[in-house]
Each structure stands twice: as structure tokens, then as C-alpha cells.
Design a protein around this ligand. Structure first.
Ligand SMILES: Cc1cc2nc3c(=O)[nH]c(=O)nc-3n(C[C@H](O)[C@H](O)[C@H](O)COP(=O)(O)OP(=O)(O)OC[C@H]3O[C@@H](n4cnc5c(N)ncnc54)[C@H](O)[C@@H]3O)c2cc1C
Ligand SMILES: NC(=O)c1ccc[n+]([C@@H]2O[C@H](COP(=O)([O-])OP(=O)(O)OC[C@H]3O[C@@H](n4cnc5c(N)ncnc54)[C@H](O)[C@@H]3O)[C@@H](O)[C@H]2O)c1
Ligand code: SF4
Ligand code: FES
Length: 810
């Protein structure tokens, strides 16, 4: 007769252990699983991606209902096991079921720590732990605007990013003076803060929460220093506590967690504990990789396979916030007896620190470029001795003194975990390569799920591929444009052309998107590609655009908008200035500001006032919100300046009139200077024109934002017509080959200046590019005018509409 095994906790650690056990001893046990949540086993890690709009609830299920059936597992969801009789070997649940066991696994996970503040029981105060919390946040974002996240750790920041994507204003309250203080040093933390502030997050540091304000529902949070912040939603993310109530009630030894030995045995015979509820050698872990390692040991033990036991884990973390690369592993803090190698590049926003003690790498922090993460992590885990070559660990030596990623893979045992998020070992990846013919990171992802969650293990997966197949055997596959597809930008655009696909829905269906609704990354990208390929046929999909582009104005931190009318070349008239002044008074605009692009910005406009204000202005939209031509900055040039050799203003106005409204992969800024003194700063623009004696220099690929880049010289031309011809060809080439959201500076570096020069060298090719761009330009209408004239569009400017459109498109 089969022995009976019972698992309490249908979460990541417990079910993974059962999966391992089924592989090692398929027919040895009759299995029963109890889970408090009403769902089959799902990937809790990916709740952050669901909240951010990058994955769908259905994508995060690890084992669906049929998996339990196919493996003859009896599953009781919605049941809380509340008693274990360790003498009679029976468990019972709150709903009255009792089941006997021969072996019992406790994998009850953790409970989020809720600060015991007065008012913490109010409506709108939640944790971020499970599907229910995630759904509450998504629902709340449809009705409310202000979110406060307490806790600036991994969970708090991922929650905050998700809430921003849901169109909420987000303030993160942190007790410490710097973010992710448990994972980062101050330098990395302040770089992280800067990046997140640019994404729109606000921070309240060194703040100790005192009282949650509001009647039935939360309205704010007061701190011990007396200050307050408004809140319609408070998410507590201040750490977790092992869930050991069941063990405690049943007389099983607990301390910080349920106490186990190296074989995951508790003090009660035949009762084991794994996962976040467990304390092993004094440590309770809060990341999945160690929990999977515990499960693997326990599965072996239960299957009668020899094992040395669980020895504890070194952990690494990666923040799952798009656009931010942060990695931390081991002991990252400076302490007596440690020394560190640091590299900091403020231009590229990169920081790397490796901590060394007694000749061994014991910790690392990486920001901006985390490609060394898995190599350093392997060194930390292997206790690699780097005495005498400490600097080469980070800086490289060109002579191969330190081990490469592939060498480190060679040293790994088959059981070692490569992908922490999905519990995939080196052995499983090697097997997928050898038995299933996988030859790229994407193949491995499809076969084993390795690299499918946070993506932090991609470099290590690539090293395993190289280790098995050699460098020539590995297929380098372009990144999918988002998590919904493995197809890259070029493949998608090619399919749109050749298969004549005309809507985002059609693209997603025909190209078999894993998430049929798409996500906040692919929907606007597809809308752009479709418009670029089919300028006449494609109808712009408003719902696929981000909030600023839907509303043709920039949303501000208080939910109002900013209005910037077009002012060609930065030139205005007394009449227009008077009109703008009167309108600013009429709509009680709190701030009128001259922008860096030489225009006038009316800030603090209510959404419902936008169409009225546009009608009164009777000026074209300045597209200050769009992936489009923003401004053409000009100096006064030969019109007034003593040094000017050409008419910079006239040239700038011609360029702005020609390219206004053009949809581009990312925003485009231009400038024209009337002489090489370059007062219009043309050499940090996407397209800069600088007058020289007898003509113009055309400069390309500049960027003045976070990643400052000076332009490269494209060519010199003689006439204004040539400036227009070259700029048209250049912009259309960028439109046709740029990835959505890729600025010209990044595009130029990817494609290469020489390729661009060669492509645009012939006048016939330039003429063809110009024909296509002129076609696209001829079809564009001013959006403000359209909205004023079109009743149904105008109606969408009521405050209620924005709430319902909040969806995933920030
Ligand atoms: C939003 C979010 C993002 C995360 N991101 C990452 C990440 O990027 N990387 C990483 O490594 N980790 C991450 N984590 C942590 C990771 O999800 C946890 O470490 C992991 O889920 C813990 O697994 P577990 O099985 O121990 O516990 P859980 O997954 O919590 O499973 C325990 C289950 O047991 C059930 N249960 C408890 N008591 C009983 C009972 N008495 N009877 C029946 N059922 C019971 C619970 O309801 C729960 O479903 C994240 C966590 C969250 C919330
Ligand atoms: N990417 C990832 O690996 C990832 C993502 C999400 C969650 N997780 C895991 O989930 C668990 C929960 O995450 P977490 O971020 O809540 O835990 P945590 O313990 O890592 O961080 C909690 C943070 O809250 C701060 N804090 C504590 N009390 C506070 C207070 N009163 N006010 C303001 N701030 C306060 C702490 O300084 C700390 O930085 C952890 O085990 C974490 O590792 C991991
Ligand atoms: S760039 Fe030359 S022409 Fe233009 S304002 Fe400066 S000095 Fe005058
Ligand atoms: S470690 Fe996160 S996806 Fe592999």
C-alpha cells in the first residue's frame, strides 16, 4: 500500500517539493494538499508583474487544476489546516475535514507584517502578498488616485511601480534614510532613488508612521513628526513573519520560524517544514531560491535518495522594476575586515561594488549594469579565492586570471539552481539542451521556465548554453518586444507588412501572443508600428496609448494637466502672448512657465477644462506629451545676431512646420544654430543643424537627458532645401527601423553611424524616404482641433472617463 503524504500550504515551496518528489518516486505516495487560498499553485513572484500590467493573472499559474488530477493529488483549496495531532498523525481543517498521514510537510509560508497603527483596520489599508491583494489594488486604482506604500524594500518598490502603472500617484514612506537598506549601500540606493523619482515615484524618507487617518476609509497617514500625507490606499510592505501558528498550536518547536535540522525535520516525528515558515540554522528565508533548495533536499529524503542534507543558502536579489537594473548578493555592507572594489560611472549611471574578506568574494551590489551578477554570485557561493587578483574580479584583466562565466558553470553541480525564481537547476537546463535541442535562452525559457520571471538569471542561462554547445552552437535570439511574445521588433514589423496585419488585436492573435490582451509595453508599440507601416489604413488606437498621449496633455503630480501650444521655432507675437495671458487668467492657471524648448507651458489645468482652453487658444498642439517632434529650438541667427551667418529662425520654423505631429518611436528634439557658436545647443539634439560659412552642418543622435550624448556629424550641405531633404530621409529611416521607445541616440549606436550614412548616401534613396514621410505627414490632423470638433471625443474629457480608462496604460 502507498504511504500517505500530506502537504499543508499550496504555495511555491511546498508544491515544488511535491513536483520533485513525483519525479524521484512517481508512485510511492498518496498525496493530499491543503491550501488556504482558493487558487491552484501560482507564482507569487509574478504578482508584481501582474500589478505592473506586464503579465496576466492566468499567466502566473504554475500548476493548473488538471495537474493535480493528472498526478492523482487530492487538493483541498479554501481550507485552513488548524490542528495537527502528531501522536495519531492526523490533520484537521477549519471546514471539518480530517486526513491521516504517514509524512507531513508544513509549507505555510509567511504573513505580511502589518504595522499595528491606530486606524490600520480602515478600508483601503492592505498588504501585498496574494492574488486578492493584487486585485484590490487594481480595483482601487479605478476609483481613487492617491496611493501610499509603507516600506521602501523590494516589495514596496515593486508595489509602487505597479500602482504608478495603474495611473495612481504614489508616495513611498520609508523609515530608513535610504531605500532598500537591507539590500543596497548608500551609493546604489541614491542612484536607485533618482531613477525611480524620474519614473514618477515620490519618497518620504526617515518617516515613522503613527496614525492612519480617515473615518471608514483611509484618507491619510500621520507621522510621528506631526506631518501628514493624503492617501486613498495604503499598502504595507514592511517585511514578513513566518506563518507558524499551526505548528505552535500543535506543539511543534518554533523560534523565529518552525525549527528544522539539515533534513528539514521538525522535532515532531514524520513532520517536516520547508519554505518561508521554516528556520534552518537560525535563518528564515524570504526568497524562493533557498526554499526550492530545501524542497529538493526534502524530496530526496522522502524518495529514499541519498542526500547530504540542506546546508543553508547564500541569496541574491534583483528588483523587478522595468527600466531599473539592481542586483545585490551576499554580504554587501562594509564591515571591519572587509575591503571593496568599486566602479562608478556617473555618465552611464553604473555602479558596481564587490566586497572581499580573507581573499574571498563575499558580496556584491550592482546598479545600472547587472550583467556580472550571476558570475559574481557563483563566486560568492563557491567561495572562490581571488587573492592577488581582487581588482580583476570587476575590472577584468584580459588575461583570464579570474574565471569566466562558463568556467564557473563547469564548477557547478547539476543540482545547483540557475534560475532562483523558477527553481531550475543547471542539470535541468543541460537536459533541455541535450534532449530537447534547446539552443537559445528563449528556447530554455519555453522548455524549463528558467529566466521567465525576473530575468536576472539570463546571463547564467546563456553561460550554461555556451558551456554545453560552445560559443558557435548558441543561437542569439533577439529579445521579444515584451513578455507576451518571443518575437523581436523586426519580426513583428515584418509580419505586419507581409501578413497585412492591421490592428493590435490581429497582431496579437495571429502572432500567438501569450497574453491575448497584450501589456503596457507591447500595445503602444504595436500601435506605433502599425501606423508606421500602414499610415493610410491604420486607425490610431487611442486605448493603446499612454495617458498623456490619450489626453494630448501631460499629466502632473496632482492629477492636473499641462498645456503647451506650438510656437514654431520659439517665436511668438504680442497678440499671441496677450491671448495666452487672458486664457491663463480665465482658467485660473496656477503656473505659467517658459520651457527648455522655448515655449510657454500652462500648468495645473483641470482635465475637463482642456478642450475649452484649446478652443480659446486656437493654436496647434505643441505635442509636449508625445512620441513625436517636440520642439525646434533656434537662436536668433542672422536675423539679429552679429555673428549669425544663416537664418536660424527661418530654418527652424520650416523644420517644425514640416515635421510637426509626426509619430516617431520616441520623442524627437531639434535645434538650429545660426553659427558654430551654437547658442541653440544643437549638438545635444536628436537632429541638430549648425550654420557654417556657405551652408549647414547636420548633426545627429544627440541627447541631453539622463544619458548625455553629443551628436555625430552626419554631413554638410549647402542649401535649406538640402537640410529639409536630409532631415526627412533621416527621420523616416529612424521611424522605419527604430524600436518603439528607442531614442535616436540609442538607435544610432545600435544601427551604427556608418550604416546610416551609407543608407542615406544616394539621392534616390533619400527621395524615396521623403516620399514615405511626406505621405505620413499629409495624413496627420491636429489632435486638439479634432477633439474640439468631435463630440464623442470631447465627452471623454470628463474626470470619470479617465478613471475607467486607467487600466494598464499609464
Ligand atoms: C509581490 C511579491 C513579489 C515577490 N518577488 C520575489 C522575487 O522576485 N524573488 C524571490 O525570490 N521572491 C519573491 N517574493 C517572495 C516569494 O514569493 C516567497 O518567498 C515564496 O512565495 C514563499 O513560498 P512559500 O511556499 O514558503 O510560501 P507561500 O508562497 O506564501 O505559500 C504558502 C501557502 O500556504 C497557505 N497556508 C498557510 N497556512 C495554511 C494553513 N494552515 N492551511 C492551509 N494553507 C495554509 C497560504 O495561504 C499560502 O498560499 C515575492 C513575494 C511577493 C508577495
Ligand atoms: N524582487 C524580489 O526579490 C522581491 C520582491 C518582492 C518581495 N520580495 C520578498 O518578499 C518579502 C517581503 O518584502 P518586503 O520588502 O516587505 O520586506 P523587507 O524586509 O525586505 O523590506 C521591508 C522594508 O521596510 C522598511 N520598513 C520597516 N518598517 C518600516 C516602517 N514602519 N515604515 C517604513 N518602512 C519600514 C525596512 O527598512 C525595509 O527596508 C521579502 O522576503 C522580500 O525578499 C522579494
Ligand atoms: S549661434 Fe551664432 S548666430 Fe546664433 S545666437 Fe549664437 S552667436 Fe548668434
Ligand atoms: S532568477 Fe528570476 S527569472 Fe531566473
Amino acid at each position: 500500500m502507498k504511504k500517505k503524504i500530506v502537504l499543508v500550504g499550496n504555495g511555491m515551496a511546498g508544491v515544488n517539493c511535491i513536483e520533485q518528489l513525483l519525479k524521484l518516486a512517481p508512485n510511492s505516495y498518496e498525496i493530499t494538499i491543503f491550501g488556504k487560498e482558493p487558487h491552484p499553485n501560482y507564482n507569487r513572484i509574478l504578482l508584481s508583474s501582474v500589478l505592473a500590467g506586464d503579465a496576466d493573472m492566468k499567466d502566473i499559474v504554475i500548476n493548473d487544476w488538471s495537474w493535480y488530477k493528472d498526478n492523482n493529488i487530492t487538493l483541498h483549496t479554501g481550507h485552513t489546516v488548524n490542528k495537527i495531532d502528531t501522536e495519531r498523525k492526523i490533520v484537521s481543517t477549519d471546514l471539518g475535514i480530517t486526513v491521516s498521514y504517514d509524512e507531513l510537510i508544513l509549507a505555510t509560508g509567511s504573513l505580511p507584517f502589518m504595522l499595528p497603527l491606530p486606524g490600520a483596520d480602515k478600508e483601503g489599508v492592505i498588504a501585498f502578498r496574494d492574488i486578492a491583494d493584487c486585485e484590490t489594488m487594481m480595483e482601487t486604482a479605478k476609483k481613487y488616485r492617491k496611493a501610499v506604500v509603507i516600506g521602501g524594500g523590494l516589495l514596496g518598490l515593486e508595489a509602487a511601480r505597479g500602482l504608478l502603472n495603474l495611473n495612481m500617484e504614489v508616495s513611498v514612506v520609508h523609515i530608513n534614510e535610504y531605500l532598500m537598506n537591507l539590500q543596497l549601500d548608500r551609493t546604489a540606493s541614491s542612484m536607485l532613488q533618482q531613477e525611480l523619482e524620474q519614473q514618477g515615484m515620490k519618497f518620504l524618507l526617515k518617516k515613522n508612521s503613527e496614525t492612519i487617518l480617515g473615518k471608514k476609509r483611509v484618507t491619510g497617514l500621520r507621522f510621528t513628526d506631526g506631518s501628514e500625507v493624503d492617501a486613498d490606499l495604503i499598502v504595507m510592505a514592511v517585511g514578513i513573519r513566518p506563518n507558524m501558528a499551526l505548528a505552535k498550536n500543535s506543539g511543534i518547536e518554533i523560534n523565529r520560524g518552525i525549527v528544522v535540522n539539515d533534513f528539514l525535520e521538525t522535532n515532531a516525528p514524520h513532520v517536516y517544514s520547508i519554505g518561508e515558515c521554516t528556520e534552518h540554522r537560525g535563518v528564515a528565508y524570504g526568497l524562493v531560491a533557498p526554499l526550492y533548495e530545501q524542497g529538493a533536499v526534502l524530496a530526496k529524503r522522502l524518495a529514499g535518495v541519498n542526500t547530504e542534507g540542506y546546508q543553508g543558502s547564500v541569496v541574491s536579489t534583483k528588483l523587478k522594476v522595468s527600466g531599473v537594473d539592481v542586483f545585490s548578493a551576499g554580504e554587501y555592507a562594509d564591515k571591519p575586515g572587509t575591503r571593496a572594489v568599486r566602479v562608478q560611472d556617473d555618465f552611464e549611471g553604473i555602479y558596481k561594488k564587490v566586497v572581499i574578506r580573507d581573499g574571498k568574494v563575499i558580496g556584491a551590489v550592482l546598479f545600472g549594469d547587472i550583467s556580472d551578477g550571476s558570475r559574481l554570485f557563483a563566486m560568492i557561493r563557491n567561495g572562490e579565492d581571488v587573492t592577488g587578483k581582487e581588482k580583476t574580479v570587476l575590472l577584468g584583466d584580459g588575461g583570464g586570471k579570474t574565471k569566466s562565466g562558463v568556467d564557473l558553470v563547469a564548477d557547478m553541480s547539476a543540482d545547483e539552481i540557475v534560475c532562483g525564481c523558477n527553481g531550475v537547476s543547471k542539470g535541468a537546463i543541460v537536459q533541455a539542451i541535450q534532449e530537447k535541442g534547446c539552443s537559445s535562452v528563449n528556447d530554455i525559457k519555453a522548455c524549463t521556465k528558467a529566466s521567465a520571471s525576473c530575468g536576472g538569471c539570463k546571463p547564467l542561462v546563456a553561460d550554461v548554453l555556451t558551456y554545453v554547445l560552445g560559443a558557435d552552437g548558441v543561437k542569439t535570439v533577439k529579445e521579444g518586444i515584451c513578455g507576451c511574445t518571443t518575437l523581436g521588433r523586426d519580426e513583428v514589423v515584418e509580419a505586419i507588412r507581409t501578413m497585412q496585419l492591421s490592428t493590435t488585436k490581429e497582431v496579437m492573435n495571429v502572432l500567438e501572443w501569450s497574453n491575448t490582451e497584450g501589456c503596457s509595453k507591447c500595445r503602444p508599440a504595436l500601435n506605433y508600428y502599425l501606423g508606421m507601416v500602414w499610415p493610410e489604413e491604420h486607425e490610431d488606437e487611442r486605448e493603446s496609448r499612454f495617458v498623456n498621449e490619450r489626453n494630448h496633455a501631460n499629466i502632473q503630480k496632482d492629477g492636473t494637466y499641462s498645456v503647451v501650444p506650438r510656437m514654431y521655432g520659439g517665436v511668438t507675437t504680442p497678440k499671441d502672448l496677450k491671448k495666452i495671458a487672458e486664457i491663463a487668467e480665465k482658467y485660473e492657471v496656477p503656473l505659467v512657465k517658459v520651457t527648455g524648448g522655448q515655449r510657454i507651458d500652462l500648468l495645473g489645468v483641470k482635465k475637463e477644462d482642456l478642450p475649452g482652453m484649446w478652443a480659446d487658444l486656437d493654436m496647434p498642439s505643441g505635442y509636449a506629451y508625445g512620441k513625436s517632434l517636440r520642439t525646434v529650438k533656434t537662436c536668433v541667427g542672422s536675423t539679429f545676431c552679429r555673428f549669425g551667418t544663416q537664418d536660424a529662425i527661418g530654418m527652424g520654423i520650416q523644420l517644425e512646420k514640416k515635421f510637426e505631429r509626426l509619430n516617431t518611436p520616441a520623442k524627437v528634439k531639434m535645434a538650429v544654430s545660426g553659427c558654430p557658436r551654437n547658442c541653440a545647443e544643437a549638438t545635444i539634439k536628436d537632429f541638430g543643424v549648425v550654420a557654417i560659412d556657405g551652408g549647414w552642418e547636420l548633426h545627429v543622435g544627440g541627447n541631453g537627458g539622463t544619458k548625455l550624448r553629443g551628436t555625430d556629424l552626419l554631413c554638410k550641405v549647402k542649401t535649406e532645401e538640402e537640410v529639409l531633404e536630409w532631415s526627412g530621409a533621416y527621420l523616416q529611416y529612424y521611424r522605419e527601423t527604430g524600436k518603439y521607445n528607442e531614442r535616436t541616440a540609442e538607435w544610432l549606436e545600435r544601427v551604427g553611424l556608418e550604416t546610416i550614412k551609407t543608407t542615406l548616401a544616394s539621392s534616390e534613396d533619400r527621395a524615396a524616404f521623403n516620399t514615405r514621410i511626406n505621405k505620413a505627414l499629409s495624413l496627420l490632423k491636429d489632435p486638439w482641433k479634432e477633439i474640439i470638433e468631435e463630440g464623442t471625443l470631447r465627452q471623454t474629457f470628463s474626470p470619470m472617463e479617465e478613471q475607467s480608462a486607467a487600466s494598464i496604460m499609464k
